[in-house]
Design a protein around this ligand. Structure first.
Ligand code: FAD
Length: 481
């Protein structure tokens, strides 16, 4: 734990969701010497993935959901985050053009879209998980916002509340004779890169210093001297600080190897489909006003999700059935590290063929209008998974003044506006007093399966290892019929 004073010199490594949110909350809590280092130019590119930025946060869009099965603590935090997403939408709408970061000017200003989330079963019955989720919502008093496709009362309520058009937008009942789905009218998505750009804009306004780029911004090591953390950067400088918070996303385990038994870096597979400019029918159909976020066959062996189109006509589709690992030798340890399109030494723009095949199956079955268009791009997007899917936000045992803030485990984005309110309490040494401090503390797993971590087997030779996969080529982007 660090002895935190308003004048404490605080360095945060990483300007993704976990880093930038921490910086914003620290600055707003009265700490006035907060610096964020990032090896990527997240300010000038506004985190736009089409501008060559690689991180989990620098993405087109992310799902916002408030249903968390029985994990009520996350459900409550997500509900609080929702109020702040609404507030951010209102603030941006009311802001004069020159009061916004450049990439938020013009175009669609809304960050958070309550477009709904349609959870489609890939079988003729609902999964047990879905039925349990609905039961849970009943007991939490939020079942009313869910519309089940085969429940007359739900259908009536969906009509009255203006959601009926999103219950079967793919006409599955008519095309396939079966459609088992639940529409969650509380959920939707956010534009991820715009949201991070807004958070960074707020952080800078609150006094946070940003040092970005592959020399001054890139951290090459975090060590200790005289009980103080020392941050080394690629320009050869050493920065002695009072507190360093490592929020390096998928790079966190290579910066702080002690965390490797708690966190593992894995990749999800993502594609985009570009709608042609002259296809007004498709632009209308897939607009967020008309089309929800869709998940298909979750916990049923399909695990695909898609978003409505964005303002440029791009539809993003993801596959999460297998998360890929990429082990390398880091400081004498086998650690899974990102392999991305732009920032890592070894570049990768492809995804494994099973992932592309799974997405093509989804398009054929759920979005057949997109079949003639084919796939427009592919990428690996790197998660930082924890042993129990809960975040890891705590001081590193035995390393004074060095904390880790990571482990988003595929669900961290929605908390961008609120997450670090809790983190500041942890950094101030109050984690014993808070629910989240206890949930996110440094821990070890009692479960032998450890949330599938090390599925790769012996750290590097198991079935999800990226180097063992057949990668899809551009020729595979077309549909064969
Ligand atoms: C495929 C996928 C889908 C997801 N879907 C959702 C969703 O639908 N809803 C949701 O809520 N969440 C979702 N998530 C989770 C969410 O995106 C993450 O929890 C969150 O973005 C993680 O943010 P981060 O700051 O930890 O990491 P990142 O966003 O990866 O940021 C890490 C930053 O650290 C910097 N960095 C790394 N190493 C160094 C270094 N040595 N020196 C300087 N800088 C460094 C990087 O450049 C980067 O900018 C998803 C994640 C993935 C991968």
């Amino acid at each position: 734990m660090a002895n935190m004073q308003p004048s404490s010199k605080i360095t945060i490594v990483g300007s993704g969701v976990f880093g930038i949110s921490t910086a914003l909350w620290l600055a707003r809590s009265g700490y006035h010497d907060v610096t964020v280092l990032d090896m990527q130019a997240t300010a000038s590119t506004a985190y736009d993935p089409s501008s060559g930025i690689d991180s989990a946060s620098a993405d087109l869009n992310k799902i916002i959901r408030f249903s968390y099965d029985s994990e009520v603590e996350y459900q409550r935090l997500a509900t609080e985050a929702a109020e702040m997403w609404n507030e951010w939408n209102r603030d941006i709408a009311a802001s004069p053009e020159d009061g916004l970061p450049e990439r938020l000017r013009g175009g669609d200003r809304r960050l958070w879209w309550n477009a709904g989330l349609l959870r489609i079963s890939c079988k003729s019955e609902f999964s047990d998980f879905e039925l349990r989720t609905l039961e849970n919502m009943e007991s939490e008093g939020i079942r009313d916002f869910q519309f089940k496709s085969n429940d007359e009362q739900d259908l009536q309520r969906a009509k009255e509340r203006g959601w009926a058009h999103k219950l079967d937008p793919c006409r599955r009942q008519e095309r396939l004779g079966v459609h088992k789905a639940v529409l969650d009218s509380t959920a939707g998505f956010v534009y991820a890169y715009k949201s991070c750009a807004w958070a960074q804009h707020l952080a800078v306004k609150a006094g946070v210093k940003m040092v970005l780029g592959p020399e001054r911004g890139k951290v090459t090591g975090v060590s200790s001297r005289d009980n103080h953390p020392v941050v080394s950067t690629a320009d050869g400088c050493e920065h002695v600080v009072d507190l360093v918070v490592v929020a390096g996303g998928g790079w966190t385990p290579s910066l702080v190897p002690e965390v490797r038994d708690l966190l593992e870096t894995t990749a999800g597979s993502v594609v985009t489909v570009q709608l042609p400019k002259d296809r007004n029918d498709l632009w209308d159909k897939f607009a967020p006003e008309n089309f929800p976020v869709v998940t298909w066959g979750m916990k049923q062996d399909k695990e695909v999700y898609s978003f409505p189109r964005d303002e440029n006509g791009v539809i993003k589709i993801g596959w999460r059935k297998t998360k890929w690992t990429n082990f390398d030798e880091v400081k004498g340890r086998r650690i899974s590290v990102p392999k991305t399109a732009h920032v890592t030494e070894q570049k990768e723009t492809r995804i494994p063929k099973p992932a592309l095949d799974g997405i093509k199956e989804y398009i054929s079955e759920i979005l057949p209008e997109l079949v003639p268009l084919g796939i427009s791009s592919t990428k690996l997007c790197w998660y930082t998974d924890s042993i129990d899917n809960s975040f890891v936000i705590d001081f590193v045992p035995g390393r004074p003044g060095i904390a880790v803030c990571s482990g988003g485990s595929g669900h961290g984005f929605k908390f961008l506006p609120i997450l670090m309110r809790e983190v500041v309490k942890i950094l101030e040494g109050k984690s014993q007093d808070t629910v989240y401090g206890q949930m996110w503390k440094w821990r070890s797993s009692t479960s032998p399966t450890r949330n599938g971590l090390e599925q790769a087997g012996g750290r590097g030779d198991g079935p999800s290892v990226l180097s063992k996969q057949v990668m899809a080529s551009e020729a595979d982007w077309k549909f064969g019929y």
